[in-house]
Design a protein around this ligand. Structure first.
Ligand code: SF4
Length: 456
């Protein structure tokens, strides 16, 4: 067993991917290496997600395997970090496989905790005790973000930059405000410095992250900064060619300013990921979302008017507590009207500790949730197909990610590459592997609902 090799498994959203990259960079800085698989590793770290029941289920099944491995390999260290670690805390530490439980606010300590556990210290709990009342400022985390902002664990030419942490929205089904804590926006100068450093390392696309990223707000010397200010400032940075931001909550505050920045800054991609979650006003109210379906559609229409060629992306929960057939139909109608480039559909699962789990009955049967999921995706597929066809015969600018994992094309020169457009459409074409991290122009020859196929 290599006593310096660490294997990291990561579940969940972009926030988690970023945390995993930061932890990997910190481990490498302390002389550890990152192992491709767990066989030879001295420690296995699992970055967890609590948003859905299934995500937690996967972690438990993995912990079950690790428990068996540890019987023949007792020196193996297992650390669970991220949202599930914060949610379950001590309870998780009681699992036979687990040595370290580390919340999202404690990830700067994780490398040290892993080193201590390798030396024999076990049963380490590092979580925030009173996450909604303790000070949300976390200077240690702030420093950690700035020091380990490398892009080496991510896709060539791309990096995520967190602009804010936490959430204050308390959507009734969501655990995030209870595990990531209150909203804290990072100082604009720290973000801008960080993006400059990343640009110096060859990053061309930067994605600004926040649970509700358009709530970004920072006051300094009497001046209030919002996301639009960040977009203008980052646009000035040499080397950065594309800027995206995710995920947006349908807030009216700062909306016009942000849309104006998207229109005015060539580098800001015409991409808006703004979850609606439902098309029924009663369900939206029960979800504690603070808009109606009509208001949401008005906001989306405004965005399409102001930002040319806007690619909109939505998220939906089907089968939320008490959702009737008519209420689901209202969601179908919204998806038809919204004309998303794509949308993500999730089946409702009550999360312990949320208001929906406490107060509302999970009445919709599993097979009904599944059927609604399939139906909504089919509606979206038709919309995506129509939108994709508009690209036929056109030339598109693509940022190359690297060789594609699935073989779609079987002719042409070079390997099959995958890349993305500014609107985040997937593009597949043949070319040289060395193009990873570069921009290319692709002529679209064929499309499927989510993918544009073409040639250089
Ligand atoms: S905006 Fe709502 S769904 Fe998103 S993280 Fe906050 S509480 Fe959860």
């Amino acid at each position: 067993m290599n006593r310096k090799a660490i294997h990291i498994k990561s579940f969940g959203c972009q926030m988690n991917k970023l945390d995993t990259a930061l932890v990997a960079a910190s481990l490498k800085d302390s002389g550890f290496s990152i192992a491709e698989n767990e066989n030879d590793a001295i420690a296995v770290l699992i970055n967890t997600c609590s948003v859905r029941d299934r995500a937690e289920g996967k972690v438990f099944s993995h912990l079950g395997n690790l428990k068996r491995i540890k019987r023949s390999k007792p020196e193996l260290v297992v650390a669970v970090f991220g949202c599930m670690a914060q949610r379950l805390g001590k309870e998780l530490l009681e699992h036979e496989a687990v040595d370290i439980v580390c919340g999202p606010g404690q990830i700067p300590q994780l490398t040290k905790l892993v080193a201590e556990a390798i030396e024999g210290k076990k049963q380490i709990l590092a979580v925030t005790e009173k996450i909604r009342t303790e000070s949300a400022e976390n200077p240690e985390l702030e420093k950690f973000e700035s020091v380990y902002d490398r892009s080496d664990a991510q896709i060539p030419g791309q990096a995520y930059v967190r602009v804010m942490r936490g959430c204050n929205n308390f959507c009734s089904y969501c655990i995030v405000p209870y595990v990531r804590g209150p909203e804290v926006s990072r100082a604009p100068e720290l973000i801008i410095e960080q993006v400059k450093r990343l640009a110096g390392k060859g990053v061309k696309l930067v994605t600004l992250l926040g649970q509700a990223v358009n709530a970004y707000q920072y006051t300094d010397g009497g001046k209030e900064y919002c996301l639009a200010d960040l977009l203008y400032s980052i646009s000035e940075i040499d080397g950065i060619e594309w800027i995206r931001f995710v995920t947006s909550y349908p807030y009216s505050r700062y909306y016009d300013e942000i849309l104006a920045a998207m229109r005015d800054c060539e580098k800001v991609c015409g991409y808006l990921h703004m979850p609606a979650q439902s098309g029924s006003d009663r369900i939206l109210k029960a979800m504690n979302r603070k808009y109606t379906a009509g208001e949401y559609l008005e906001m989306l229409d405004k965005a399409k008017e102001v930002v040319p060629n806007l690619a909109a992306v939505g998220d939906f929960i089907v089968g939320f507590a008490g959702e009737t057939d008519e209420e689901f139909e209202a969601t179908v109608e919204l998806v038809e009207k919204a004309k998303y480039r794509n949308c993500f559909v999730f089946q409702y699962s009550p999360r312990p500790g949320t208001k929906a789990e406490e107060r509302l009955q999970d009445t919709v049967a599993a097979e009904v949730k599944r059927a609604r999921n399939i139906e909504l995706l089919a509606v979206q597929e038709r919309v995506s197909d129509e939108l994709a066809k508009e690209f036929l015969g056109k030339e598109i600018k693509v940022l190359v990610e690297g060789p594609s994992k699935k073989p779609f094309l079987n002719s042409g020169d070079g390997v099959q590459l995958v890349g993305r457009t500014a609107g985040d459409w997937i593009a597949i074409f043949n070319g040289d592997e060395k193009l990873a991290g570069e921009f290319v122009t692709v002529k679209v020859t064929r499309v499927s609902p989510l993918t544009l196929f073409g040639e250089l």
